[in-house]
Design a protein around this ligand. Structure first.
Ligand SMILES: [Zn+2]
Length: 138
């Protein structure tokens, strides 16, 4: 068995096992290998260069993740508002301070633009977009 690092036409990288390189060629030729991120079946072998791997943030992927999390968080918003500190417009700043250990580690929630969220995700700060609370939907 061989583990290949693969990538799709949209540069999503993922790993898959094959019996041998001919098995990969066969499956790729039949279009039965699909990208787990976008279901693209134009798959090629990615270059194995772990040290040079510059992970370009993929806005499409981030927004897909964000919308999935938004659905999940819908039911959790109540829980969050009861167990986390509301920091309002300071959210991006406070999330960074906690991430870089400049502030006490705790759950916070607040306001952030999609751009803020994207920048935080790119910095590796774990943030979850929450749906607006009913009273905020004016
Ligand atoms: Zn893909």
């Amino acid at each position: 068995m061989i583990l290949y690092q693969l990538k799709c036409a949209h540069d999503h990288e993922f790993e898959a096992w094959f019996r041998d390189s001919a098995d990969f060629d066969l499956q790729a030729g039949q279009g039965v290998i699909v990208c787990p991120y976008c279901a693209d079946n134009t798959i090629s072998k990615a270059l194995m260069s772990p040290n040079l791997k510059a992970k370009k943030p993929d806005p499409d992927h981030i927004s897909q993740v964000a919308s999935r999390m938004r659905r999940q968080m819908n039911s959790l918003r109540q829980h969050v508002s009861e167990h986390a500190d509301y920091v309002g417009q300071d959210f991006p700043e406070e999330a960074r301070r906690i991430h870089y250990k400049e502030a006490e580690e705790r759950g916070i929630y607040g306001e952030a633009s999609p751009k803020d969220v994207r920048e935080l995700l790119e910095e590796g700060v774990e943030v979850f977009p929450l749906p607006p609370a009913p009273e905020e939907q004016n």
